[in-house]
Each structure stands twice: as C-alpha cells, then as structure tokens.
Design a protein around this ligand. Structure first.
Ligand code: 3PG
Length: 406
C-alpha cells in the first residue's frame, strides 16, 4: 500500500476488501477488533484523497440478501472509528452500490452490502465467480486486499478481483504475514501451541504440520473430548467427532515418536446441559477428573488443575501460538480455562500470537481476551485471522495472498 500511496490515489476509486465479519448480538457488535484493525488502511487511503469502497462478507448467508447478515452495523462502527460519515449501499454491485460510489467525493468512504448476498462470491464455479468479480471491478480503479481473515477463501472478491485491477496488500495483511513468518521461519524455542475450539476436524491439518515443528501442543475446548475418547476414556455427553478418532490416535502416536509433548486436560468442568448463553444464568457444574466424566455430563471447560498445568507449560515458552478457546467462555462459569491460558500468555516473556476467527457469535480467543478484559497490548500479536492463520501455519498457499503477490 505504501507504493500505491506514493504513486498517488487522489480521485481514484479504491476497492478495499476488508474482513468486517464481526460477532453480532442482533445488530450490536460484540467485538469490533476486526474493524479497528483495518481502519488505518481505510483512513490512509481517504486522507490521500481516494474514494474508498469497503467490501466484506459477514457470516454465511446463502448467496442472497438476508437482513440478519447486513453489514450496516459494521459500516456505522467504521464511521465512528474514522470520525467521518460513511455511506452505505444496500446492495453490493447493484443500483445502490453504483449510486453510492458515483456520489463519493475525494477522501470519502462507502461500505457496500455483504459480498455473500451474491452467489458469485463464494461459487466453486470459476466462470460464476469471475462474472461477479467483473461486476465488482466496474466499481473501482484500484484494489487493496486487507481482509486477512478471509485470505484462505478462494472467493471472487479475494481471489478473482485482484486479477482484474491494479492491486496492493494493505497494512493489516502486511502486519499479519510478518508476524506469522516468525512462527514459521526460525522460530524461537520452546515453541508451544494451544489449540481449542469445538471441532477437531478443523485443526487436523495444523496438528499434522506442527508435529514436526512445535515442542508442545496443548489441547482444550470441545475438541479435547475426541482426544480423551481416543485415549479410551468415557466422556459422557461431551462433544465428540467419532469419525476423527483414528486420525487423533495416529497423531498421538506420531507425537510420541517425534518427541512432541502432547498435553491433554487432566480435569474438566462438567454439567448436565449446555449453558444458556443469552441469560448467562448460573450453571450447576462440577469439576471431575478427565478420565472420570460421569455418564450424562458434558465437559464445558478445562478444569483448574489443567489451567495450572497449561500455565506451567507456557511459562518458559519463547513462542506461543493459540487458536481456539478452552471452553464455553461466553458463559462466565466456563470462562476460567480460557482466562487461565490468556493470563499465562500475559505472564510469559515469550512472543505470543493469538488467533482470531469470527462469524456470528462464534467464540474465539481474540474476542475472548478482549471480552474477558485483558489488555491486547499484553500479547505479542492478536490476529484477525482464524482459519487464515491456521492455514498459513499449515504451509498452504492462501488464495488471497497469492493473488496479491502475482
Ligand atoms: C473468519 O471469520 O474466519 C473469516 O471471516 C472467514 O469467514 P468464513 O469462515 O465464513 O469464510
């Protein structure tokens, strides 16, 4: 983007592909981290006199307009952060978008409606995606890719559009990639990785890759129960991906062979039912040993002993990557495990990277550390990418980065 700004963008229509996929409670944004992260790029372009068109997806609507997934709240928040009026188009490439873009004066910013209201955005068919990218290209003269959270998606606005316009990477992408390089090239050891979240299937690729790279892998969250089951423990009604058990067993075996320390919970908080996240009513829960989860109970957080164990494993780590919460942190009764890991990273002198993620209400550590009241600055880096940072660490080619390097 520095080169683009040096060449001059005054009067140019610049399309910024951002990731404004923020968690929402109705129309209230519960964590605006992703908007704040891309705001400097938008501000720099506007200050340089560009006519800025900001586009993003939000959630996973089905290729057609759906008011529940409107980007309007994100546009409002962006305006607050910029301290300027932000125009909003109620469609992405239709009459409203064309009118809003042609009404932009130099230095003004507009947000167009959710890219995924258009089937072409996420289509697997190259021609359909290309046709939508053609429509997007008509809106702009230049393209800035700065939606790091979506660079792993081969979508029209991420992958096909940069091929149609002179393009550059924004400041957020540059920062994110710079940080992730520290985890892949010449990493400082011990290198510990904390993985949580619901699904083990989402993390298999990264585990596979990290088995040759990390010194310690600590497992928590919903995915931990498939590991406990794979070890032969009864897990009651806890989350289980039965079809993943053979893969998990294979990884546990490989970890032993390669000397990677695989650390699983030793105790867990259990309850009879999933807690009510709306009322946050106190839950009736108890702490049990991880190999003694009673029938009819589900694990909802790592227990206090596991929290202490994980903190001790992180204390001397010089590099830490963390992706996925340790429990249902959105409910105060099950936030302690996630809080313990966050506190361990705050206390450690190593370089810590906290992975993001998004979607409507989806729990992820980047949001968790903020909602639990931690100061972002206490961490080495809080990423805006969930799947994107995981796939980067897997060594995959990310379509949105490849398109910008081209
Ligand atoms: C995310 O939240 O990880 C990104 O915004 C990508 O969203 P997606 O998983 O729906 O493509």
């Amino acid at each position: 983007i520095d080169e683009l700004l040096a060449e001059g963008v005054a009067g140019k229509r610049v399309f910024v592909r951002a990731d404004l996929n923020v968690p929402l409670d109705g129309t209230t944004i519960t964590d605006d981290g992703r908007i704040r992260a891309v705001q400097p790029t938008i501000a720099r372009l506007a200050e340089a006199g560009a006519r800025v068109i900001v586009a993003s997806h939000l959630g996973r609507p089905k290729g057609a307009p759906d008011p529940a997934f409107s980007l309007a709240p994100a546009a409002t928040r962006l305006g607050e952060l910029l301290g300027a009026e932000v125009a909003f188009a109620t469609d992405t490439v239709g009459d409203s978008a064309r009118a809003v873009v042609s009404g932009l004066a130099d230095g003004q910013v507009a947000v167009v409606e959710n890219l995924r209201f258009n089937a072409g955005e996420t289509s697997k068919d190259d021609a359909e995606r290309g046709a939508f990218a053609d429509q997007l290209a008509e809106l702009a003269d230049l393209y800035v890719g700065d939606g790091f959270g979506a660079v792993h998606r081969k979508h029209a606005s991420v992958f096909d559009l940069p091929a149609r316009l002179p393009h550059a990477a924004g400041g957020l992408i540059a920062t994110e990639v710079g940080v992730l390089r520290k985890l892949t090239d010449d990493v400082r050891r011990p290198y510990a990785v904390v993985l949580g979240g619901a699904k083990v299937s989402d993390k298999l690729g990264v585990i596979d890759h990290l088995l040759g790279k990390a010194d310690r892998i600590l497992i928590g969250g919903g995915m931990a129960y498939t590991f406990l089951k794979a070890k032969g423990y009864e897990i009651g009604t806890s989350l289980l991906q039965e079809d993943q058990i053979p893969a998990v067993q294979e990884y546990l075996k490989r970890a032993e062979e390669t000397g990677v320390e695989f650390v699983l919970p030793v105790d867990v908080s259990v309850a009879e039912e999933f807690p009510d996240l709306k009322t946050k009513a106190p839950a009736e829960s108890s702490v049990v040993a991880a190999d003694a989860i009673p029938a009819g109970r589900m694990g909802l957080d790592i227990g206090p002993e596991t929290g202490r164990l994980y903190a001790s494993k992180l204390a001397d780590a010089r590099t830490v990557f963390w992706n996925g919460p340790m429990g249902v942190f959105e409910h105060p009764d099950y936030a302690e495990g996630t809080r313990a890991v966050a506190q361990a990273l705050v206390d450690s002198t190593g370089f810590s990277v906290v992975g993001g993620g998004g979607g409507r209400g989806a729990g992820h550590p980047a949001a968790a550390v903020r909602t639990l009241g931690f100061d972002e600055k206490a961490f080495g880096h809080i990423s805006t990418g969930g799947g994107a940072s995981l796939e980067y660490l897997e060594g995959k080619t990310l379509p949105g980065l490849a398109a910008l390097e081209d």
